[in-house]
Ligand binder design. Structure first.
Ligand code: CA
Length: 247
């Protein structure tokens, strides 16, 4: 597996490169956005995961992530930054980062997260490329409820005439809701099963993702009918089980 590390602190970049190589990964380094995007678009074999600093000369990490997501919604992106503000974290998720780790960080934890994200990425690619041969929900590519049509393969959601692109994490959360239709899901369970158990996110992050999904899926996001809030616990997804549908 190939990892692209975008980091302008040379000592850190070389340290990470060394450690990832010890784990058997192939590592490419870039000190700025221009080089990073160039490598990402041209590397053969392709890059499987990106570790991204935010404060870089020229383009910021946010801009780099935005540019990557215009062409690739799937490749895992881990932001590794000295910035600790919630706003930075949310901004990073907004532009499509999968995880956010603050510096200083524990190396074993970073290695773990990389391993988990790569496994998940492989699963997503396998699902997307597979023909459904079982009734396993993980292999379903299209899911429809009401006006909403979810395309797991293209990471797109059509609502009536409108088309929306989802990030990897938004899609994973939506898929999780769909797979557990009708169940009451606690924030902690969602956090454990959709995010990495070690992920540096709080249950508040889930609420922010739900707000975004509601804006896309719900005719009136202030009065949700598909992703319901369960007071004091979490959420309950009612797709085809809601109102008119009987499944
Ligand atoms: Ca930096």
């Amino acid at each position: 597996m190939r990892i692209l590390i975008v980091e302008d602190e040379e000592a850190l970049a070389l340290g990470l490169k060394f450690n990832f190589e010890q784990e058997g990964y192939e590592v490419l380094l870039a000190r700025d956005g221009h080089t990073a995007l160039n490598l990402f678009q041209t590397a053969v074999p392709r890059i499987d995961l990106i570790i991204l600093d935010l404060m870089l000369p020229g383009m910021s990490g946010y801009e780099i992530c935005t540019a990557i997501r215009t062409t690739n919604k799937l490749v895992p992106v881990i932001v590794l930054s000295a910035r600790t503000l919630v706003e930075d974290r949310m901004h990073a998720f907004d532009v499509g980062a999968d995880q956010y780790i603050t510096k200083p960080f524990a190396l074993p934890e970073l290695l773990n997260r990389v391993k988990n994200l790569l496994e998940r990425y492989r699963t997503i690619l396998t699902d997307a490329g597979s023909v459904s041969s079982s009734n396993d929900l993980a292999t379903i590519e299209i899911y429809q409820f009401g006006e909403v049509r979810v395309d797991f393969h293209a990471f797109e959601v059509d609502v009536g005439e409108k088309k929306y692109s989802l990030t990897t994490l938004e899609m994973q959360l939506l898929r999780y809701f769909i797979e557990h239709e009708g169940e009451v899901l606690s924030r902690h369970r969602i956090l454990e099963e959709v995010w990495d158990q070690s992920a540096d996110v709080t249950t508040r992050t889930i609420d922010n993702f739900v707000l975004r999904l509601r804006k896309i899926l719900e005719p009136d996001p202030t009065r949700p009918k598909s992703i319901l809030s369960v007071r004091g616990t979490g959420y309950r997804f009612l797709g085809n089980k809601s109102a008119a549908g009987d499944g």
